[in-house]
Design a protein around this ligand. Structure first.
Ligand code: ADP
Length: 492
């Protein structure tokens, strides 16, 4: 009998189910997109049932590719869009409001008030996070305040809160398990990352009853049993982690100082800081990387809101290109001295600036500026933003020698070489494209006992291509100086 691990990768725009063999090789992938709702300016919602149905149909589609007598799924893992908030009725299972997505900005005024009230230090010290609508706490509070009767029900123990992992686990176990893992808990702004418990002071600050909150488990743990009606037989859920943490794990960044960067719609860099919850002086987030056998490993994280989305905008907004991949040929045909800078601050600037009011701009236009210079500047902006995070990390005392990369943009060879040149560091592209799903398959497989240790997993990691810097320091500094000047001009 051949054994497999099945990962659910529940993302912001689509859900995937990825089937891995016990060597970490992909056997099959199914993917389904679902609707996004934007009911008002700054509001972003999903229907919880759309999320669930898209997950269920990809799971069922994957199972069709297994031979019932010969193949068996021995464990399930769940990785998910983080921070997105769902509140549902404990009895009926019905969500009392749509899922409020991580990108949603409706609670920004509440966050401003908290900052004015001087709560930043308290929250940072306990949770490792900055006060921002991005995290779950103010979203839960919004639902309790705005849905009639919700607060009373919450106080009467009739409501449950979960991030998407928790909601999916609850559905897969037919309401038997209300649990999450430490990585997802660490993004709620209610979890004390040092004591690894829900924090009483924060619960009272946000007026959220503890009985709504899920039990926090290790990332590799016995979360519950998926009911036989879904996959045909009982399968234990043995791994849960937020998507960026799962990517770090899939890239096997297990040693202190190892870093990964994921280049998709946005870009998320994470550096393993070991047993130390390093508090950044440069507005990076401190977060749980993973928790195994009760031992917490921490990470520093930098989030860039616009990476691949800048290329999407050049394609769909400006229509300068037809396919994202065309950007590579245009950049190869453009001398680096073109002098154009694009700052894609469409929704403000993320780390390390955290300036929600900044907006995008293009600088350095001359009469001979054309499509290729602007497209090249778009690609370069992704690398300059990574450099900003590298510098922030360096001044916090963390200097990764190698950056392991993944995500949709990393097939762009020009981009990868320029990234290495601007960072002055080695960039390694992993041979597995689905590092997020792989990471949670590893977590589940560790619990199932099919992987004996982190060392075994490290040996599974293979480099598809390595990029070393070729640019002189003078050139690098000159190009980066131009970027810093441009960012300064868009800051509010
Ligand atoms: P997500 O998981 O966030 O939806 P993906 O990892 O699938 O994103 O990456 C898709 C993003 O990568 C898109 O924003 C697209 O513009 C960008 N992209 C894809 N291929 C290329 C390429 N060859 N060059 C530059 N950008 C690309």
């Amino acid at each position: 009998m051949a054994e497999y691990i099945l990962s659910i990768d529940q993302g912001t725009t689509s859900s995937r189910s990825v089937l891995f063999d016990l060597d970490g090789k992909i056997k099959h992938i199914e993917q389904q997109e679902f609707n996004q709702y934007f009911p008002q300016d700054g509001f972003v919602e999903h229907k919880p049932d759309d999320i669930w149905q898209s997950v269920l149909s990809t799971l069922k589609a994957v199972m069709k590719h297994l031979n019932p007598g010969l193949d068996k799924v021995i464990a399930l893992g769940i990785t998910n869009q983080r921070e997105t908030t769902i509140v549902w009725d404990r009895e009926t299972g019905e969500p009392i409001y749509n899922a409020i997505v991580w990108q949603d900005r409706r609670t920004s005024k509440v966050c401003d008030r908290l900052k004015q009230a001087g709560k930043e230090e308290l929250i940072r010290e306990k949770t490792g996070l900055l006060i921002d609508p991005y995290f779950s706490a103010t979203k839960i509070n919004w639902i309790l305040d705005n849905i009639p009767g919700a607060r009373e029900k919450a106080n009467n123990d009739q409501l449950l809160f979960g991030t998407v992992d928790t909601y999916l686990l609850w559905k897969l176990t037919d309401g038997k398990e209300h649990r999450t893992d430490a990585t997802n808990a660490s993004r709620t702004m209610l979890f004390n990352i040092h004591s690894q418990t829900w924090d009483e002071d924060l619960l009272s600050l946000f007026d959220i009853p503890e009985n709504m909150l899920p039990e926090v488990m290790d990332s590799s743990d016995d979360f519950g049993i998926c009911e036989p009606k879904y996959l045909g037989y009982e399968v234990p859920v043995l791994g849960i982690a937020g998507d960026q943490q799962a990517a770090l794990f899939g890239q096997t960044c297990f040693q202190e100082g190892m870093a990964k960067s994921t280049y998709g719609t946005g870009c998320f860099i994470m550096v393993n800081t070991g047993k130390q919850a390093l508090i950044s002086k440069n507005r990076l987030l401190t977060t749980v990387a993973y928790r195994i056998n009760g031992v917490t490993t921490y990470a520093l994280e930098g989030s860039i809101f616009v990476a691949g989305a800048a290329i999407q905008w050049l394609r769909d907004g400006l229509r300068l290109i037809k396919r994202a991949g065309e950007s590579e040929g245009l950049a190869m045909d453009t001398p680096l001295e073109h002098g154009v800078y694009m700052v894609p601050a469409f929704t403000g600037l993320g780390a390390p600036y955290w300036d929600p009011n900044a907006r995008g701009a293009i600088f350095g236009l001359t009469r001979d500026t054309g499509i290729k210079e602007i497209v090249t500047a778009g690609l370069q902006s992704v690398c300059f933003q990574t450099k900003d995070l590298q510098k922030a990390m360096e001044s916090d005392g963390v200097r990764p020698e190698v950056l392991r990369v993944d995500g949709g943009m990393v097939t762009n060879e020009w981009l990868m070489q320029f990234l290495s040149d601007i960072l002055g560091a080695t960039v390694d592209r992993s041979s597995v494209s689905e590092t997020t799903a792989l990471g949670v398959a590893y977590l589940a497989g560790l619990k199932a006992g099919v992987f004996s240790s982190l060392n075994t997993l490290e040996q599974n990691w293979h480099c598809d291509k390595r990029y070393n810097p070729k640019m002189t320091k003078i050139k690098r500094d000159e190009l980066y100086f131009g970027w810093i000047n441009s960012v300064r001009k868009v800051q509010s």
